[in-house]
Ligand binder design. Structure first.
Ligand SMILES: *Cc1c(COP(=O)(O)O)cnc(C)c1O
Length: 427
C-alpha cells in the first residue's frame, strides 16, 4: 500500500527503522514483503483488535503468530505479569511459579513427565535435538519439507538430490556439515520416511503433528501413527514440535487430540502467554539426561523467567473445556464464512481447532510443493485488500490464521464481509 498522508507516521517510522534494523524489522515475515507492502507499525492492541500508529484499526488474526490465545492485553494476564514484576523481574534462581507451570504442563501433555524451559521455540527445538542425539548416539535428524522448527542451523536445510539424502543449506551462513546431518522428506510421504529411517543413522524424526508453517496441512489418516511405529522400529525418537499446536488444538496439544504419543515435545507460543517462554519435555528417563543430572548441557539466563512464567500460567489456567469449545466454534464459523465469501473461487479453506489457512488453490494441499503451487499473487492482492478493509490476516500463504478467545461473532462477521469485498476487489 503506498504511504498516504494519513499513514504518515508508519511511513516515517519505516524510513527510520530501515536505517537501524535490517529491512526495518526484527523478524522477516513482519516486513510483509511477500504481499508487496510495508510493515504495520503497532500503537496498541486489546482483545482481538489492533491499532496502528496512524490510527487504523484492524481485526487481528495474526495474534503475534500464536501466543495470544486470549487476545491482546487480557486483564488476568496483565495482572499476573504486574504482580510478578513487582516481586522482581529475574533472579537466575528457581521460583515457585516455574514449578507450578511445569506441573500444569505435565498434567496436560500426555507424553511429558518433565520439562525444561527456554525463552524461545528455536532454543527448545535445538535442545530437544541435542538430547535426542545424546540419547540415541546418532546424528541424523529427519524433518519435513516446509516445516519450521525455529532457525536452528541444522534445520535450515533443503532436500538434497535423491531420496533420503543429506540436506543442503537453506540459508547463507549455515554450515554444509550442519545441513548434511538433516534429511528432508515430503510431508505425508510414508515411503520417503521409511527410506530415511532405513539409513540406520537417524536420531529423531521431528514434525509438527499438525503442520502450520506451510499453511495448515494436517497429516493424512494414519501418517502420524506410521511415524510413531516406524521410529520405534528404527530405534529413532519421534519429536513433536507443538510450538503452535500445544495448548491450542486441545488441552494437551495435538498429541492429546490425535492420540499419538511422541518421545519429546517442543512447546512455545501459548505457554508464554505473550511473553518469551518455551519448553521441551518428555519422559523422566530422557529428560534426566540434561545437566545438572545428566551429560547433555543446556542452559539459559532468562529460562523460566518469572514474568513469562506468570503470564503462561495465567494463560493456561483460563484454558478449560469451555474455552476450547468456544475456540473451535469460532474457528468453524470463520472457516465457513470465508468459504461462503469465496463464492466458488479456486480457494481451499483448511481449518483446525484455533487455526485456519485460506489456500489459493483449487486442489487440496497435502505437501509443501502443493503449498508452493498456490496462486501467491492472488493471495497477496486479497491480503492487501483485507488490510485496506480493517482485517489483519497473516501476510503469507505459508502461515495460519490464529483464532483467539477474544474473537467474537462480530469480529467473524466483519471479517467475512471484508473477505467477500476483498475477493471482489482482487478479481
Ligand atoms: C514459532 C515456531 C517455532 C520457533 O519459535 P520461536 O519462539 O519463534 O523461536 C518453532 N516451531 C514452530 C512450529 C513454530 O511455529
Amino acid at each position: 500500500m503506498p504511504a498516504s498522508l494519513t499513514d504518515a507516521k508508519s511511513a516515517d517510522l519505516f524510513a527510520r527503522a530501515r536505517r537501524v534494523l535490517p529491512g526495518g524489522v526484527n523478524s522477516p515475515v513482519r516486513a510483509m514483503r511477500s504481499i508487496g507492502r510495508d510493515p504495520l507499525f503497532v500503537e496498541r492492541a486489546s482483545g482481538a483488535e489492533l491499532v496502528d500508529v496512524d490510527g487504523n484499526r484492524f481485526v487481528d488474526w495474526v495474534c503475534s503468530w500464536g501466543p495470544l490465545i486470549h487476545g491482546h492485553a487480557h486483564p488476568d494476564i496483565l495482572r499476573a505479569v504486574e504482580e510478578a514484576a513487582v516481586a522482581g523481574t529475574t533472579f537466575g534462581a528457581p521460583t515457585g511459579l516455574e514449578v507450578e507451570l511445569a506441573e500444569e504442563i505435565v498434567k496436560r501433555v500426555p507424553s511429558v513427565e518433565m520439562v525444561r524451559m527456554t525463552s524461545s521455540g528455536t532454543e527448545a527445538s535445538m535442545s530437544a535435538i541435542r538430547l535426542a542425539r545424546a540419547a540415541t548416539g546418532r546424528e541424523v535428524v529427519v524433518k519435513f519439507a516446509g516445516a519450521y522448527h525455529g532457525h536452528v542451523d541444522g534445520l535450515l536445510a533443503d532436500a538434497g538430490s535423491g531420496l533420503a539424502t543429506q540436506g543442503i543449506p537453506a540459508s547463507a551462513g549455515v554450515l554444509e556439515s550442519a545441513a548434511r546431518a538433516t534429511v528432508v522428506v515430503p510431508w505425508n510421504d510414508r515411503a520417503a520416511v521409511d527410506a530415511a529411517l532405513a539409513r540406520g543413522d537417524v536420531a529423531a524424526v521431528i514434525c509438527e503433528p499438525i503442520p502450520a508453517n506451510m499453511g495448515l496441512v494436517p497429516a493424512d489418516d494414519g501418517f502420524l501413527a506410521h511415524l510413531r511405529s516406524a521410529t520405534v522400529d528404527a530405534g529413532a525418537l519421534l519429536i513433536f514440535d507443538e510450538v503452535i499446536t500445544g495448548f491450542r488444538v486441545a488441552p494437551g496439544g495435538a498429541q492429546d487430540l490425535l492420540g499419538i504419543v511422541p518421545d519429546l515435545t517442543v512447546m512455545g507460543k501459548v505457554i508464554g502467554g505473550g511473553l518469551p517462554a518455551a519448553a521441551f519435555g518428555g519422559s523422566r528417563e530422557l529428560m534426566e539426561r540434561l545437566a545438572p543430572v545428566g551429560d547433555v548441557y543446556q542452559a539459559g539466563t532468562l529460562s523460566g523467567n518469572p514474568l513469562a512464567v506468570a503470564a503462561g500460567l495465567a494463560s493456561l489456567r483460563m484454558l478449560d473445556d469451555a474455552a476450547y469449545a468456544r475456540l473451535r466454534a469460532t474457528t468453524r464459523s470463520l472457516a465457513d464464512g470465508l468459504r461462503d465469501a469465496a463464492k466458488g473461487r479456486p480457494v481451499h479453506v483448511v481449518e483446525g481447532n484455533g487455526l485456519l489457512t485460506v489456500f489459493f488453490r483449487d486442489a487440496p494441499v497435502r505437501t509443501y510443493d502443493d503449498a508452493r503451487d498456490c496462486d501467491h499473487d492472488a493471495f497477496a492482492d486479497w491480503c492487501r485488500a483485507l488490510l485496506a478493509r480493517g482485517v489483519y490476516a497473516p501476510p503469507s500463504q505459508y502461515e495460519a490464521w490464529f483464532v483467539s478467545l477474544a474473537h467474537d461473532d462480530d469480529h467473524v462477521a466483519r471479517t467475512v464481509d471484508a473477505a467477500a469485498a476483498a475477493f471482489e476487489a482482487a478479481g
